[in-house]
Ligand binder design. Structure first.
Ligand SMILES: *Cc1c(COP(=O)(O)O)cnc(C)c1O
Length: 423
């Protein structure tokens, strides 16, 4: 719960923006335009906005490619061969890991499969996978296909955590007790850091602890958590985590994703893994040896030489994250989302409810609103006015004020028009 003192008037939003130490960061991003004005963009959980600096970062690589051709691998201003290293420290800082535990590569679902190849090791007596009911479809497909691949049937080997009747979110206690109860059969626990639909943040530390006590591999899909929550993956200790970089991390559509492998597995060369040359020891990679020797840590899971253009955009955004700091960003985020919640409560109506947990420790920036009737139409009407949330069938409007580029006035304007347009 929060102890903020909010007020309902517009002057309050204006005053909060004036006092916000992060307010200038908004000017570092392109805000989509509508009728000559900034949109109220509340879809950063879906696609983050473009840093104005991104073009220069990409241009640098285009220029080096033009001037140097293949030599750019070694002689570019930021040589392409170790280019992903430029992102390691900042990525580690954002997820609370050591640099050797993270790597930027591929895209989320690909990384999820690569990780499951190594860490989902079912046996006849311990083969089940735990996910959230209604997990993001790609995660469901990936997990079910892994079960099939190993000869198991999702009908009997997949456990889907389900909220209690009449509740929208899972109770932390229920998750822990299910694992405590059924953990002996469970090979892998894979939950979202933040559930994409409800916005619920899970207790990574508690789930990891009980999962490990039961001998399970514990993993998180951080798509909606990275760049949103203040994380400490190393200390909380899950075995692996994966994420994409185009949501809160503003890496641009289809941007290269990320992966965390806990340090305890850094030397686990016995783990089966799907390998490629970019995961091979950097010293001898270009000697083209026929025997694979993995790089130390998460980098050893790389397959291919990565997209420099895509990573250059991500660098532009990560430099901004580094400057602002996750601590400050999260502080503003908690305040901004609490303000959104406060205004929604002030305009309470039987026509909608908030699904996301009330406690700020159990959510990130996003609030999910269940709209009883005609919600899709409402979402469309808002969009026609340049107020951008997103709609999830059958009845959820997701809105996320993002601390890097959203203002208190954005939140005010959203709630004002939301309440007026609700029929
Ligand atoms: C956004 C998202 C994805 C998208 O996967 P891609 O492989 O990046 O297309 C997958 N899972 C979750 C939980 C997501 O939020």
């Amino acid at each position: 719960m929060t102890d903020f003192q909010f007020e309902t008037g517009k002057e309050f939003a204006v005053a909060m923006d004036a006092r916000d130490p992060l307010s200038d960061y908004r000017n570092r991003f392109f805000i989509p335009q509508h009728a000559g004005q900034d949109c109220v963009y509340l879809s950063g959980h879906s696609l983050g906005l473009q840093p104005k600096s991104a073009a220069a970062y990409v241009q640098q690589e285009l220029d080096d490619w033009a001037a140097l051709g293949v030599e750019g691998h070694f002689r570019a201003r930021h040589p392409w061969m170790p280019y992903h290293d430029l992102l390691a420290e900042q990525t580690a800082a954002v997820v609370g890991a050591k640099a050797c535990e993270v790597v930027v590569m591929n895209s989320l679902t690909v990384n999820l499969h690569l990780m499951m190849v190594s860490f989902y090791r079912p046996t006849p007596s311990k083969h089940k996978i735990v996910i959230e009911r209604g997990a993001f479809p790609s995660d469901q497909y990936a997990v079910k296909s892994q079960l099939h691949y190993h000869g198991y049937d999702p009908a009997t080997s997949l456990i889907e955590l389900t909220p209690r009747p009449g509740e929208a979110c899972l109770r932390d206690d229920d998750i822990v007790s299910l694992i405590a109860h059924s953990g002996n059969d469970i090979a892998l626990i894979l939950l979202g850091g933040v559930n994409y639909a409800t916005g619920q943040a899970f207790d990574i530390e508690a789930i990891t602890q009980i999962g490990h006590a039961k001998g399970c591999i514990v993993a998180f899909d951080m798509a909606h958590a990275v760049g949103n929550l203040q994380l400490s993956l190393h200390e909380c200790g899950p075995d692996f985590a994966v994420w994409c970089s185009y949501k809160y991390l503003n890496g641009g559509p289809g941007c290269v994703g990320g992966c965390f492998v806990h340090e305890r597995h850094a030397h686990s060369t016995h783990l089966p893994r799907f390998t490629g040359w970019w995961g091979h020891d950097q010293e001898s990679r270009f000697e083209m040896p026929s025997t694979f020797e993995p790089m130390f840590g998460a980098e050893g899971w790389q397959l291919s030489n990565p997209s420099i253009m895509s990573m250059s955009v991500l660098r532009a955004s990560m430099d901004i994250f580094h400057e602002a700091g996750m601590g400050q960003l999260r502080e503003k985020s908690v305040s901004l989302t609490s303000y959104l919640e406060f205004l929604l409560h002030a305009n309470a109506s039987a026509k909608f409810s908030i699904l996301t947990p009330k406690e700020s420790t159990r959510r990130g920036a996003q609030l999910s609103l269940r709209i009883r009737q005609h919600g899709h139409k409402l979402c469309d009407k808002l969009a026609e006015e340049g107020i951008v949330g997103d709609w999830r069938e059958p009845d959820i409007l997701r809105v996320a004020p993002v601390p890097l580029y959203n203002s208190y006035r954005d939140v005010f304007r959203f709630v004002q028009r939301f309440s007026e347009l609700m029929v």
